[in-house]
Design a protein around this ligand. Structure first.
Ligand SMILES: [Zn+2]
Length: 233
């Protein structure tokens, strides 16, 4: 299901995980691509607003987890879209490296399953065209924020002119409240919390998440309060 969040920004609800479509300047740009099986839904969502994969100019991958990278290879095969991700994340996006789960005991125990799932799905894309860096200004008007912790090269995107934050999995908004990314799939929670501090200085009205519904007003203050609460504990 596709729904409008803000002018030029739509959310694609891919069942437990969101992708976003920017149709403003320099778009259409798809931000994340769901699980490997999500491509059909993405194509249907695009068609409902008169677009097809071939119209995508850019695909931005916030981080290489299966639920965000999954559809990228198939969609890039159906388009000439430039694939962009953070420089540090590129080896994972290309499938050359696999992220490690949490370093604790449970992470250790699930590691074989985690590796097998990734090997089976082979989510890596064949090419990355743009290697992003922190602070980089994107043609769409977003600024890249490097937010390591949940993934080494995860990015969030801030659109200062439109007052939008796309937070990826830096934090989520499940079950009506803000939360940290899943501990099991976060190699460094302390780094994830440190990354969140960066949001404290930013102004934005709307926040979008990899998981959970967006916050449509006063998002910066709500997130600031959450970040203070997790930093104090
Ligand atoms: Zn995710």
């Amino acid at each position: 299901m596709i729904s409008t969040i803000a002018p030029d920004l739509s959310q694609l609800d891919l069942g437990g995980v969101n992708a976003y479509l920017w149709t403003g300047s320099e778009g259409p740009t798809l931000i994340d691509t769901g699980m490997p099986g999500s491509v059909k839904t993405i194509i249907t969502d695009l068609a409902s607003i008169g677009l097809q994969p071939a119209d995508l100019r850019r695909i931005i991958i916030t981080h290489a987890d299966l639920d965000h990278l999954g559809g990228a290879r198939e969609l890039s095969a159906q388009s000439q879209a430039i694939i962009a991700c953070h420089t540090v994340e590129s080896a994972y996006v290309l499938g050359q490296k696999t992220k490690k789960p949490n370093p604790g005991l449970l992470g250790y125990l699930i590691r074989p399953f985690f590796d097998l799932t990734n090997r089976r799905a082979k989510p890596g894309v064949s090419h990355v065209d743009e290697y992003l860096l922190d602070g980089q200004a994107m043609p769409e008007g977003f600024t890249v924020l490097h937010m390591p912790g949940h993934a080494p090269g995860q990015i969030a995107l801030h659109h200062p002119d439109r007052g939008i934050l796309i937070a990826a999995d830096a934090l989520n908004n499940r079950k009506g409240k803000l939360g940290l990314p899943s501990a099991l799939f976060t190699p460094s929670m302390s780094q994830a919390i440190e990354s969140l501090q960066r949001l404290q200085k930013l102004k934005y009205e709307t926040a979008c998440f990899g998981h959970g519904p967006p916050i449509l007003s006063g998002a910066d203050e709500k997130i600031a309060e959450f970040v203070r609460s997790v930093s104090d504990s």
